[in-house]
Design a binder for this molecule. Structure first.
Ligand code: NAP
Ligand code: 8YV
Length: 317
């Protein structure tokens, strides 16, 4: 392998990442809107570092590619099966963001239940003086919590819920060895809980998993928190359920066509919306960036990888 393999960078990396990438690789940033670039130079690159996935077209234009190191644990914007078939290792950044994303999920639940946004507006606007105390809100204590996707992050959310004295139950495709009640049927779980945290991967297998039936089962007092991917929830059905009161409220970090958020969703009072900030702290993003670089360095040293995605584990010795 070349001492400094040619690496194609997709998206803007963190300063800490730039220093490390430059130390080990000959880095070229993929120019946006330059249709001729890949045709002319695609054959040069054996490594990719990406902050925003990689399209099938770009992957196909890199015939000598050996590794795609992706920033983020979710890799629904990378065709990992196609990469594995070509012998390309895809890596992601699991675990280092579990706590941060769980914190964001709990923050959204607290903000929705305790009406942080409208009560803050009440304080700022002078309504407190003019109208008196803000109306009572609802407690998160002692609630029954349903977790859709009890993986690394889902389990961290479950642990945090123990601090609030919540009963935790969950739905996944396969039952886990955990002390929480398992529901094989998502609608049945929705019927029995006060809040659902959505924290599955995105992609075709989970597309619109949270549909109108699930949201109606969660009900007029129910709260939906989505920190997974916008695609996991049927957004049109969610807006209709929130407008009609069939679903009580929602806290959303992710959206179907982000960064676009439907105007109808923005108009609703019973939602808290944040712009995909689940892992977005300096500390956690630096840890994710470091793991991207660790993967690339391992590959450069011995052809391996630290955290390959499951589809590519067999390519790593
Ligand atoms: P993980 O450890 O792989 O856990 C995924 C969980 O989802 C597993 O329990 C899995 O169990 C379950 N699952 C998968 N497909 C399912 C299906 N069709 N129906 C029901 N359950 C299903 O992943 P993680 O590290 O916790 O991350 C989860 C996801 O969170 C990521 O893929 C990403 O999309 C999202 N995320 C968002 C942010 C953010 O900033 N908002 C940050 C990080 C991650 P089974 O396989 O048994 O079904
Ligand atoms: C990041 C995420 O915001 O890890 C994930 O799957 O969604 C987030 O941590 C994203 O990957 C940054 O591109």
């Amino acid at each position: 392998m070349a001492d400094r393999p040619a690496l194609l960078q997709i998206g803007k990396v963190l300063p800490t990442m730039a220093t490390r990438l430059d130390a080990g690789f000959e880095v070229t940033v993929l120019p946006e809107g330059d249709a001729d670039f890949l045709a002319a130079r695609g054959g040069e690159f054996t490594a990719v570092a990406t902050m925003k996935g990689i399209s099938d077209e770009v992957m196909a234009a890199l015939p000598n590619l050996k590794i795609i190191a992706s920033f983020g644990v979710g890799y629904d914007s990378i065709n990992a099966d196609a990469a594995a078939e070509r012998g390309i290792i895809v890596t992601h950044t699991p675990d280092v963001l579990n706590d941060e994303v769980a914190d964001t999920a709990i923050m959204l639940w607290l903000a929705v239940s305790k009406e942080l946004v409208p009560s803050e507006a009440w304080a700022r606007s002078g309504d407190w003086e003019a109208k008196g105390a803000y109306p009572l809100t609802r407690s998160v204590r002692g609630r029954k919590v349903g977790i859709l996707g009890l993986g690394r992050i889902g389990q961290t959310i479950a642990e945090m819920c123990q601090l609030f004295g919540n009963e935790v139950v969950y739905h996944t495709r396969s039952e886990k060895d955990v002390p929480y009640q398992y529901y094989g049927n998502l609608v049945e779980m929705a019927r029995d809980v006060d809040v659902i945290f959505v924290i599955t991967p995105g992609g075709a297998a989970t597309n619109k998993l949270v549909n109108a039936q699930v949201m109606e089962a969660l009900g007029p007092e129910g709260i939906l928190i989505n920190v997974a991917r916008g695609t996991v929830v049927d957004e049109t059905a969610m807006i209709a359920a929130l407008e009609s009161g069939k679903l009580g409220a929602a806290g959303l970090d992710v959206f179907e066509a982000e960064p676009k958020i439907p105007e109808a969703l923005k108009r609703l009072k019973n939602v808290v919306l944040v712009p995909h900030i689940g892992s977005a702290t300096v500390e956690t993003r630096d840890a994710m960036g470091a793991l991207v670089c660790d993967n690339l360095d391992r590959w450069r040293e011995n052809g391996g990888a630290v955290t390959p995605v499951p589809e590519c584990k067999h390519l790593v010795t």
